[in-house]
Write a protein that binds this ligand. Structure first.
Ligand code: IPM
Ligand code: MN
Length: 339
């Protein structure tokens, strides 16, 4: 069996705690790996001034996968202005490693609003409003102008939609919904819509539908089982997956894979939740999102059987715990035992 080289960015707040539990589960699954810690994040930035150097980026490229806990300063922190770490670290990694898919799976649990169905959100991860197009004129004056564009390329949209069709073809229901706002964002919407139509002709076994993003938020709360796989743009995907996290058993359980599906470099796996500084160091964090992200990492590395065992252990533990009463390590141990 391979000895995988895994770069671990524990990061800030509860990040390192939940990442430890994720690695515990990988170990319990019998997959051998060598973990290398990278000190990155708000604390590292404040002490050293480094957000992500070219040198660190180059060394990350040599790993088989990157496991990330959470990045970000405490809310209201004056030392790290908004955008520095988001754009300089997390988005830089997504762009530089061409992690063009952000895959977020959600499963119904006993405590969730969903009826036990499975949902995948395929979020485009390198374009849209995240591309950083725009600028300011005359900032700080009454005549200030701010623009923030959305970048949508044929190439970027096509590869994302193709990934989603391939995924939908493998689900039980084989159903794919495009979520956008084609009635208002007409230029980007038309591109997404045309490519969606075009690609659907190659996947005749996949049933398709379309939903405007505002309506999709209602459906997600009232009747999430109408969805199977959703494909959507970067910002809509960001918002919808926080909502889906809340609907499907809480954000503590939500996992994500930032994928480079063609494997020209490592992919990055992280829970959807943030650094939660308010509960850091108190063993109160729910590590299930991080552990489930590690299961996605195993799957991407080709360890499907181990991935399945970790994923099933997470879901079985999530049905049993009240995460407020169990400590981070107790939950992690329970998962490792079941693996
Ligand atoms: C996420 C996060 C990030 C995003 C932030 C931290 C830049 O919210 O992964 O969903 O907006 O993509
Ligand atoms: Mn988000």
């Amino acid at each position: 069996m391979s000895n995988y080289k895994i770069a671990v960015i524990g990061g800030d707040g509860i990040g390192p705690e939940v990442t430890n539990e994720a690695l515990k589960a990988v170990r319990a699954a019998g997959v051998s790996f060598e973990a290398t810690d990278f000190e990155l994040g708000a604390k590292h930035y404040v002490t050293t001034g480094e957000v992500l150097s070219d040198e660190t980026l180059e060394s990350l490229k040599k790993f088989d996968a990157i496991l990330l806990g959470a990045i970000g300063p405490a809310i209201g922190s004056k030392e790290v202005p908004p955008g520095i770490l988001e754009r300089g670290l997390l988005l830089k990694l997504r762009f530089a490693l061409d992690l063009y898919i952000n895959l977020r799976p959600f499963s119904g649990t006993k405590s969730s609003l969903s009826n036990g169905n499975q949902l995948y959100v395929v979020r485009e991860n390198t374009e849209g409003p995240y591309a950083g197009e725009g600028g300011q004129l005359r900032p700080g004056t009454p005549f200030e102008v701010a623009t923030q564009g959305s970048v949508n390329t044929y190439h970027g949209v096509a590869r994302c939609i193709r990934f989603a069709f391939e995924l939908a073809r493998d689900t039980e229901r084989k159903h794919l919904t495009l979520v956008h706002k084609t009635n208002v964002l007409v230029y980007a919407g038309s591109l997404w819509e045309r490519i969606f139509e075009e690609t659907s002709k190659e996947f005749t076994d996949v049933e398709t539908s379309y939903s405007h993003v505002d309506a999709a938020t209602i459906y997600l709360v009232n009747d999430p089982s109408r969805f199977d796989v959703i494909v959507t743009d970067n910002l809509f995907g960001d918002i919808l997956t926080d909502l889906a996290g809340a609907v499907y058993g809480g954000i503590g359980l939500a996992a994500s894979a930032n994928l480079n599906p063609v494997k020209t470099g490592p992919s990055l796996f992280e829970p959807v939740h943030g650094a939660a500084h308010d509960i850091a160091g108190q063993k109160k964090a729910n590590p299930l999102g991080a552990i489930r992200s590690a299961a996605m990492m195993l799957k991407h590395l080709g360890e499907s059987e181990a991935a399945k065992r970790v994923e099933e252990a997470v879901l079985s533990v999530s049905d049993q715990i009240d995460s407020r009463a169990w400590s981070t390590t107790e939950i992690g141990d329970a998962v490792a035992e079941r693996v």
